[in-house]
Ligand binder design. Structure first.
Ligand SMILES: Cc1cc2nc3c(=O)[nH]c(=O)nc-3n(C[C@H](O)[C@H](O)[C@H](O)COP(=O)(O)O)c2cc1C
Length: 376
């Protein structure tokens, strides 16, 4: 199967197979944004299961507090992350990248800050935040950096048709792309040409009036032209259609768009693959060849292989099935499906992360109250 053949990301980074574990928040960092032993142990479990490359959960580029999320806005965060990458590199053959995020304020009143609320000075700070964090990520030993340009967060909100800023960072597509272009350029300068730099974008926002595949294709083409090494295609996850729960911050994964990001069982398998396929065609036709990654309800090696054989993507991203059984790649390769703990897409992991609680698989909970991941 092509899925288990080695791959080299954009001629730079060899990986064992075509399987990426995309970012999945663990909520295992400290409240101050530092790595913990439990977090390292968790990533070791994922890395030891045979995945080609893990992209860690999002790490904040700013001094922002968000319930046990890692940060990389100061050098003091480098040693903890170095401990993580050293163990992954020392004890497994997996590669490890990290996702960098900038997000705006939300509060329990249901308020969410919008890109229109940022002053020009605040906007101008953002490329530097990403660039400096990326440089620290490289020093910390990561093999790649992924810019989070998807879902509800700052960069995706700038790219969105919902961005109604009146200055040259909003309105037209060229203006909405401006900040993303500045971020990619600044980050590339910081990490160097030889380092793998990717971005995660939405293939479709799935909100009324937001970006559809049409806008996403233009965005992907522009970003690919800047020399990104991979583009990971996600979908949805917006505040615009989030369901407000009184007393809780708005959860961008609670509305229909959020269901397209983390699809429940009732959605079809590989529900977002057509978005990656269209984006791949668009950027390839424009003469660019970043690796295109598809994510979203890819339950089995069979479905993953189908995506690769159809040329819908260059790599497949498998999140919840690997949270459920970290040995998903190894067991699939060895034909040991019988030993697999299969993800049932119940989304208890999604609920845990939204509640700022440790993310694990609900199926790990035993009747006697202990928590036990499946045997390797
Ligand atoms: C608990 C949880 C946390 C997640 N955290 C992130 C994140 O930090 N950044 C991100 O881009 N996507 C995040 N995602 C989305 C996943 O990367 C992935 O795209 C999504 O779960 C669909 O893939 P799957 O169907 O294989 O689970 C998260 C998903 C879950 C379930």
């Amino acid at each position: 199967m092509k899925l288990f053949d080695p791959h080299v990301i954009n001629g730079k980074l060899p990986i064992d197979n075509h399987i990426m574990m995309p970012p999945v928040l663990t909520r295992l960092a400290t409240m101050e944004g530092q790595v913990t032993e439990a977090l390292i142990d968790r990533y070791m479990m994922y890395a030891g299961g045979g995945v080609g490359i893990i992209v860690t959960e999002s790490i904040s580029v700013k001094n922002q507090n968000s319930g046990r999320m890692m940060r990389l806005n100061e050098d003091k965060f480098i040693p903890g992350l170095k401990a993580l990458t050293s163990r992954v590199h020392g004890e497994t053959s997996a590669k490890i990248g990290t996702q960098l995020i900038h997000f705006l304020k939300i509060s329990r009143s249901g308020y969410w800050q919008k890109v229109e609320d940022l002053s020009k000075e605040e906007v101008h700070e953002i490329p530097n935040f990403f660039a400096q964090a990326a440089e620290r990520a490289r020093i910390a030993g990561f093999d790649a950096v992924e810019l989070h340009f998807a879902h509800a967060y700052t960069m995706s909100s700038f790219l969105s048709r919902h961005n109604h800023r009146k200055d040259d960072y909003g309105g037209s597509m060229i203006n909405r792309l401006r900040l993303a272009v500045e971020v990619v350029d600044a980050t590339r300068k910081a990490v160097g040409e030889d380092f793998v730099l990717g971005a995660r974008i939405n293939g479709d926002e799935f909100t009324i009036g937001g970006n559809s595949l049409e806008q996403s294709k233009q965005i992907a083409r522009r970003l690919a032209g800047l020399g990104l090494d991979y583009i990971s295609v996600s979908a949805g996850g917006k505040f615009e259609d989030a369901v407000l729960k009184i007393g809780e911050p708005l959860n961008p994964y609670s509305g229909y768009s959020g269901h397209r990001t983390i699809p429940p069982l009732w959605m079809p398998e590989k529900v977002n693959a057509h978005l990656a396929a269209a984006i791949k065609k668009e950027v390839n036709n424009a003469g660019f060849n970043p690796a295109i990654v598809s994510a979203g309800r890819i339950p089995s090696a069979f479905v993953a292989e189908n995506i690769l054989q159809n040329d819908e993507a260059d790599l497949v991203a498998v999140a919840r099935p690997i949270v459920c059984d970290p040995n998903w790649p190894k067991k699939s390769r060895e034909g040991r499906e019988i030993d697999m703990l299969w993800c049932i897409y119940c989304n208890r992991c999604r609920e845990a992360q939204a509640a700022f609680e440790e993310v694990s698989c609900f199926q790990w909970k035993k009747k006697n109250g202990t928590i036990e991941p499946p045997a390797p």
